[in-house]
Ligand binder design. Sequence first.
Ligand code: CZF
Ligand code: MG
Length: 200
Amino acid sequence: MKEVIIATKNSGKAKEFVRMFEPHGFQVKTLLDYEEIEDIEENGTTFEENAIIKAETVSKQLNRAVIADDSGLVIDALDGKPGVYSARYAGEQKSDEDNMTKVLRELNGVEPSKRTARFYCALALAVPGQDTVTVHGTCEGVILDEKRGTHGFGYDPIFFVKEKNKAMAELLPEEKSKISHRAVALSHLAKLLPEVFKGE
Ligand SMILES: O=c1[nH]c(=O)c2ncn([C@@H]3O[C@H](COP(=O)(O)OP(=O)(O)OP(=O)(O)O)[C@@H](O)[C@H]3O)c2[nH]1
Ligand SMILES: [Mg+2]
């Protein structure tokens, strides 16, 4: 089977990529399979910059085609925060619970019509000897005032998906993998994959 490497240590993302790549006939490897690769400093100012940093760093180390995902939650009432800082919004320990608590506290008292937000996902594809390509996808929603649902990861329990009339964490994994920011971004990248992996 063809193999694709995703430069992520996030197990929630990893599961979603396994599901989304299956129909394309790819087996997914992540940095959870390459423990020798050290943490990469994400010092870009945009999702695209961080995705490129992660994809190119790992592609150079392994001398292989690598995809990276940089994603996050963009809340209008917070001027776009947590944005590129989504993973560490409440501190370096990267706790989903603490991050959600912080967002709910900051939006305390903000009326529903002003709680609009979107998930944003940038994917970068780095191939040795070629220019790196980026694509992106978004998913529109509203920040709830309490958690709902048990699926997914990150901020999924407090993100109400307009298109589905449900919290992201109430969607089954197969539902999220059709409509998420990550799924939309991957649908754009999918067109390029046959050419990149034609030898495998
Ligand atoms: O509810 C969510 N549903 C999602 O579908 C989703 N996608 C991203 N996020 C949030 O944004 C951070 C990414 O930050 P990020 O791109 O730097 O990833 P990360 O640091 O977790 O792993 P890595 O891929 O860098 O190794 C994550 O930790 C989450 O807090 C999501 N939250
Ligand atoms: Mg990260």
